[in-house]
Design a protein around this ligand. Structure first.
Ligand code: AN7
Length: 352
């Protein structure tokens, strides 16, 4: 049986014997070597960290499991988050398993279908707010000030603690640190968490050097790159449609301490990377995740030399989360046919 994140990395996490045992089997996700994109860029090795293989289909489970364990330890009975979708799915799953009342605030009409389906199935109470993710998060922050309910957004430090295990796994699998880590940036919790993880491994001598952190926002939702909050963020990658990231400063610290960068990629580049991953690598991730690969593909233009480098792209969420984008952007038409050999062979022979 797989240990979950807490059992695998217990010594690095703020847990002890008093912390309830919590797991849905999160973590230990595949690190898959690129079969095509890496060669086309001339790097030494390119890997994809498939965070879509987590129990609810995104990296959020790594942090949620620790946040939930600590909430239970503190005797909490309710949890709340604002979400572009994945956090709400993860909170709803752990909330259901550990009998916590779960309240999620999502921007109405702006979360991908798979994520909404999850929150519904797990039985969370879903408040669809008439506004943006940023407004939902501000509201949630106000609610937790006056009500005994545990905040499970990445402002909760236990979320960051759990998510740093993604960095540990990469190092443990590669036997060292990569030269470059490419990661999508929304609310900026994950880039903060990975940087913390790499620094902790350097601190205990597990790695000698840390990777350059390369974060990528969507061009229509790129407050860190533009240097100002965006009041009406827009991008096909709804997961990272965020105009005022909670961990803005920490993301800049990760960028600066690691001599990395935070850049932006437009929606066309995101969709192109999303389809290349699916069609050349056999990896179906959600659009926000593909921003890491769109960013990698842009690095040569930004004068970043990739020759001889070992690079990891974090693919944060599963492609099944957002069936609508595949339907709209993959541009494949179904070919209708009668269910018999002659009809199928005739259709194939017609050369269409
Ligand atoms: C697939 O679920 O913010 O920079 O509310 O779902 O740590 O925010 C999701 C973010 C990247 C960005 N990829 O990570 C939410 C939410 C996927 C995501 C991000 C998200 P952060």
């Amino acid at each position: 049986m797989f240990p979950g994140v807490i059992d695998r990395y217990r010594e690095f996490l703020p847990v002890d014997d008093a912390t309830p045992s919590v797991s849905l089997g999160e973590g230990t996700t595949p690190l898959v070597r690129s079969s095509s994109i890496g060669d086309s860029l001339g790097c030494r090795e390119l890997y994809f960290k498939l965070e879509g293989c987590n129990p609810t289909g995104s990296f959020k489970d790594r942090g949620m499991v620790v946040a939930i364990a600590k909430a239970l330890e503190a005797g909490k009975t309710r949890i709340i988050c604002a979400s572009t979708g994945n956090t709400s799915a993860s909170a709803a799953a752990y909330g259901a398993r550990y009998q916590l009342e779960t309240l999620v605030l999502v921007p109405a009409g702006e979360i991908a279908l798979g994520k909404l389906a999850q929150a519904m199935a797990y039985g969370a109470r879903i408040l669809a707010v008439n506004g943006s993710f940023d407004e939902a998060l501000t509201t949630v922050k106000g609610i937790v000030e006056s009500w005994d309910i545990e905040l499970v957004n990445s402002l909760n430090p236990y979320r960051i603690e759990g998510q740093k295990t993604g960095a540990f796994e990469i190092v443990d699998d590669l036997g060292g640190a990569p030269d470059i880590l490419c990661i999508p940036v929304g609310n900026a919790g994950n880039i903060t968490a990975y940087w913390k993880g790499f620094k902790e491994y350097r601190g205990i001598g597990r790695i000698g050097k840390t990777p350059k952190m390369m974060g990528f926002q969507a061009a229509g939702a790129a407050p860190i790159v533009r240097g100002v909050p965006i009041s009406n963020p827009k991008t096909i990658a709804t997961a990272i449609r965020i105009g005022n990231p909670a961990s803005w400063e920490q993301a800049e610290v990760a960028r600066d301490e690691s001599a990395g960068l935070i850049e932006m990629v437009d929606d066309n580049a995101i969709v192109e990377a999303y389809l290349r991953l699916a069609r050349e690598e056999g990896i179906f991730c959600e659009p926000a995740s593909a921003a890491s690969v769109a960013g990698l593909l842009k690095l040569p233009e930004l004068d970043v030399d990739l020759t001889g480098k070992t690079i990891v792209c974090v693919l944060t969420g599963n492609g099944l989360k957002d069936p609508g984008t595949a339907e709209k952007r993959a541009l494949v038409e179904l070919e209708y046919v009668e269910p018999d050999v002659v009809s199928v062979m005739n259709l194939l022979a017609s050369g269409k």
